[in-house]
Design a protein around this ligand. Structure first.
Ligand SMILES: Cc1cc2nc3c(=O)[nH]c(=O)nc-3n(C[C@H](O)[C@H](O)[C@H](O)COP(=O)(O)O)c2cc1C
Length: 253
């Protein structure tokens, strides 16, 4: 892959990279100004010549964007970088930060595309999230060679995004929601162990599983009968109260 970036308009970026409007793509959003910088995975949608972000109000990314309305959308398929931007911010992430061309926020080095933007307007707001419409100031991308598809990449990214919600749910006492996502992560872990053992994918999965266990989900592996019991209760709307009882049983030390 060539190391040089091509610069072009947002329209050219969308066309050359075969971006489909209204699809959520995953990137690493870098924000901040001066000493204060941040990086976090974030979904982005390309819509009507703008890029649309939906940060949770609790995120540092959102708070920084409200103070310094500039950022960079960094596109990578490196699962280690996704992990570092989510749960390893004190680690090697700082070494990956580099100055941007037109905005005070930093960018990530070695990504295959970056879009430097300014927040245009707040499009909407619900209880938890804000919808921000952003204008791209400069777009850079590298030519990419063909990459065969692997389910492992997607399993790891799904697990990582679920892990961020599991953490939130546990912090807010939402045990049944946490359990449902933990079971999905368990499924992806089994998949990655099968299709990509002893690889960067299984290594990141191990770290995600380790983190989740440390958050108070020590029994992430319910027996088949416990699983069946849990799923029967989830399917039964009027027994809502009982979900957490089953969840507590899984979590018993
Ligand atoms: C692939 C992926 C996509 C994510 N998309 C979003 C998103 O669209 N909005 C959001 O607020 N958080 C999203 N998250 C969760 C945030 O990255 C996570 O809460 C992070 O800790 C926020 O960091 P910050 O507080 O430093 O901004 C995503 C996480 C992953 C792994």
């Amino acid at each position: 892959m060539s190391d040089a970036y091509t610069e072009g308009s947002l329209e050219e970026f969308v066309e050359r990279n075969r971006i489909v409007p209204n699809v959520v793509y995953e990137c690493i959003l870098t924000t901040g100004a001066g000493e204060e910088t941040n990086a976090a995975p974030m979904g982005v949608v390309f819509k009507n010549g703008t890029v649309v972000l939906r940060p949770f109000k609790t995120t540092r990314s959102y708070k920084l964007l409200m103070r310094f309305p500039y950022g960079v959308l960094n596109f990578t398929d490196d699962v280690e970088v996704f992990y570092a931007a989510t749960f390893g911010k004190e680690g090697c992430l700082n070494e990956l930060l580099t100055a941007s061309m037109s905005v005070p926020a930093p960018s990530l080095a070695n990504v295959y595309a970056k879009l430097e933007f300014v927040v245009g307007r707040v499009e909407g707001e619900d209880g938890e999230r804000v919808t921000l419409s952003c204008n791209v100031l400069r777009a850079f991308w590298k030519r990419r060679d063909a990459r065969p598809y692997t389910r492992a990449e997607h399993a790891v990214i799904e697990s990582l995004i679920h892990a961020t919600r599991i953490k939130f749910f546990l912090e807010h006492g939402m045990m049944q929601e946490a359990m449902q996502l933990a079971l999905l992560v368990k499924h992806y872990n089994a998949l990655v162990s099968r299709i990509a053992p002893k690889t960067v994918y299984s290594s990141v999965m191990d770290r995600i599983m380790g983190l989740i266990s440390g958050w108070g989900l020590p029994r992430l592996f319910p027996s088949p009968s416990e699983l069946q019991e849990y799923q029967e209760r989830v399917n039964c709307d009027d027994e809502h109260e009982d979900y957490s009882a089953v969840g507590r049983k899984y979590l018993a030390p």
